[in-house]
Write a protein that binds this ligand. Structure first.
Ligand code: ZN
Length: 479
C-alpha cells in the first residue's frame, strides 16, 4: 500500500458517507424500514410520490441526526430546514429528493483517527438528513424497481479533504461506524447498503498548493473494496498526469470483481440539481432544552471507552482499541470482567480465539453471540487450575459453536487436569525410564531436552497435566 509515496505526488481524499438510520419507520411516512422484504411491500402514497400527499417528519430521525452530530463534535443547527434536490431518475418517484442544502442539521465537526504518525483530526464539513431512493434491478429484458428503500432515512456525512491514503480512509470509516453503533443510530452494514461511501480523490505534485481535479468513486460495498478502489484511482490519476493528460471531473464506478474503476458520467455540480426550499415541511426548531436532553442520552463513546480500558484494566492501547471497535464486543468484555475479574484473560479470549472464529465465519464483532457468563466460567476454570489453557481453547470453541455449558462439558468429557500427584509422579518416572537419550542429553547440559520430556508427559495425559508442574517434577528428578 501507499507505494505512490515515492512518485512525487501526494493524495487528497474527502468522503461522503451515507448512513441509513435504524428507525422502525421511514423519514416522512409510517412504512417499515425493515431490510429484505418482498419488493414494493413497504410502500404507501407518500413514499411512492403520489400527488396530493404531505410528508410528516419522523421525530426519531431528528434525534438520531443530532446525536450523530454531537458525537462527532459538530455544531447543531437549531433552526434548520429541508430542501428539494431535483433529478429525474426512476429510483425516485417524486422526481426530487428531500434533502438539506442551505441549513444542514450539523456543521463543523471532526473525528480523531489513529495513523502511523499519531492521532489526526478529520474534519466534518456537515451532516445532513435526507431520504433514500428505491433500488433498480436490471434484468435482461427489463429493469424492475423496488421502492421499499425509498424514504428510508439517511444521514450524509461529508468530510473535508483531510485524508491522504487508503489507510486513513479506513481508520475514519471504522471510527464513524463504531460511533454510529454506540449511538444506536445505524447498524452500518456495508454489505446491506446501510453504510455507503463515495470517495472524492485528487492527486497533486508534492509542494503544490492548489488542489488537483477530483473524481468521485462510488459502488464499493466493503472496506476492502474501498481500499482497493482508492489505490487504483491514485495510480490511474498519476499515470494520466505523467503522460501529459488532464484529469476529468467525473463520477466513476468501481468493479471489485475485475479490480478496475471506470467512468460513469461527468460529475454534477450542486446547481445542476436546482435546489430550492421544501415547501411541504415546516422549518425545524430545536430548543436548548431538547438539545441538552439529547446530549444526555449519548453513551460513553469508543475513544473514551478505550482510554478507560487502558487506565482501569491496564490493557494496551491497541487491545483496548480493538475491544472498543464494537459496542457489542465491549459490552461482552465488560460483563465478563465483572463476573471473573480477569480483564487480561477476557481480552485475550475475545481478541484471539473469538476474532479468529468470527473471521472464519465472515462475521463482524457486532454479530457475535456469546454469553459473558460462559466465557467467565472458562476463565475461572483455568484460574482454579481445573483445566489448562489448551483445554480452555477447545471448550471456548464449543461454547462459540454450540453454546454448551463449560462446567458441565468439562466434567462430562473428563477434561479436568490430573489433580492426583501420585499418579503424575508415576507417569513422570515412566517417561524418564522410557527416554534415556533425552535424559542423558539434559544431564550433559542440553537443557532444551527437557521440553521433549514435558511434551511426552503431556501426551501421555492427553494434555490434562499442568505443564508447569510436570516441568518442575522433571527438573527435581533429573537433578
Ligand atoms: Zn410510505
Amino acid at each position: 500500500m501507499s507505494g505512490y509515496k515515492n512518485t512525487g505526488y501526494e493524495v487528497v481524499i474527502g468522503l461522503e458517507v451515507h448512513v441509513e438510520l435504524n428507525t422502525a419507520t421511514k423519514i416522512f411516512c409510517n412504512c417499515s424500514t425493515a431490510f429484505g422484504a418482498a419488493p414494493n411491500t413497504h410502500v404507501c402514497p407518500v413514499c411512492t410520490g403520489m400527488p396530493g400527499v404531505l410528508p410528516v417528519m419522523n421525530r426519531m430521525v431528528l434525534e438520531k441526526a443530532v446525536k450523530a452530530g454531537l458525537a462527532t463534535n459538530c455544531t447543531i443547527t437549531q433552526q434548520c430546514k429541508f430542501d428539494r434536490k431535483n433529478y429525474f431518475y426512476p429510483d425516485l418517484p417524486k422526481a426530487y429528493q428531500t434533502s438539506q442544502l442551505y441549513l444542514p442539521i450539523c456543521r463543523n465537526g471532526y473525528v480523531e483517527i489513529d495513523t502511523a504518525d499519531g492521532t489526526k483530526q478529520v474534519r466534518i464539513h456537515q451532516i445532513h438528513m435526507e431520504e433514500d431512493a428505491g433500488k433498480l434491478i436490471h434484468g435482461d429484458a427489463a429493469t424492475l424497481i423496488d421502492y421499499n428503500r425509498c424514504g428510508v432515512p439517511l444521514l450524509e456525512i461529508v468530510s473535508e479533504p483531510d485524508m491522504c491514503s487508503a489507510e486513513e480512509v479506513l481508520a475514519y470509516l471504522e471510527k464513524l461506524k463504531a460511533t454510529m453503533e454506540y449511538l444506536n443510530v445505524s447498524d452500518c452494514k456495508m454489505q446491506e447498503g446501510s453504510m455507503r461511501a463515495d470517495v472524492n480523490l485528487s492527486v497533486r505534485r508534492v509542494g503544490d498548493t492548489e488542489l488537483g481535479t477530483r473524481t468521485e468513486t462510488k459502488n464499493m460495498n466493503s472496506f476492502k473494496a474501498i481500499a482497493r478502489a482508492i489505490e487504483y484511482e491514485i495510480f490511474r490519476q498519476i499515470e494520466v498526469l505523467e503522460d501529459g493528460g488532464t484529469i476529468r471531473q467525473e463520477t466513476r464506478r468501481w468493479d471489485d470483481n475485475k479490480g478496475v474503476g471506470y467512468a460513469m458520467r461527468s460529475k454534477e455540480d450542486a446547481h445542476d440539481y436546482r435546489y430550492f426550499p421544501e415547501p411541504d415541511l415546516a422549518p425545524i426548531n430545536i430548543s436548548d432544552e431538547t438539545l441538552e436532553a439529547i446530549r444526555g442520552t449519548i453513551p460513553e463513546l469508543p475513544d473514551q471507552k478505550r482510554a478507560r480500558y487502558v487506565e482501569e484494566y491496564k490493557l494496551s492501547a491497541y487491545d483496548a482499541g480493538q475491544l472498543t471497535r464494537s459496542r457489542h464486543l465491549a459490552e461482552i468484555f465488560e460483563q465478563t470482567v465483572r463476573l471473573c475479574g480477569q480483564p487480561k484473560e477476557a481480552a485475550n479470549f475475545l481478541l484471539g480465539d473469538c476474532m479468529r472464529l468470527l473471521n472464519q465465519d465472515g462475521k463482524e464483532p457486532a454479530e457475535l453471540r456469546l454469553a459473558p457468563e460462559k466465557l467467565a466460567e472458562i476463565i475461572k476454570l483455568v484460574q482454579a487450575g481445573s483445566i489448562n489453557k489448551t483445554t480452555a481453547k477447545a471448550v471456548f470453541e464449543k461454547v462459540y459453536a454450540e453454546d454448551i455449558d463449560p462446567v458441565a462439558y468439562v466434567k462430562e468429557n473428563g477434561l479436568e487436569m490430573m489433580s492426583d500427584d501420585g499418579e503424575l509422579d508415576q507417569l513422570v518416572a515412566d517417561i524418564i525410564a522410557a527416554n534415556p537419550k533425552s535424559v542423558a542429553d539434559y544431564q550433559s547440559g542440553k537443557k532444551a531436552a527437557i521440553g521433549f520430556l514435558v511434551g511426552q508427559v503431556m501426551k501421555a495425559t492427553k494434555g490434562k497435566a499442568d505443564a508447569g508442574k510436570v516441568n518442575a517434577k522433571l527438573r527435581e528428578l533429573l537433578g
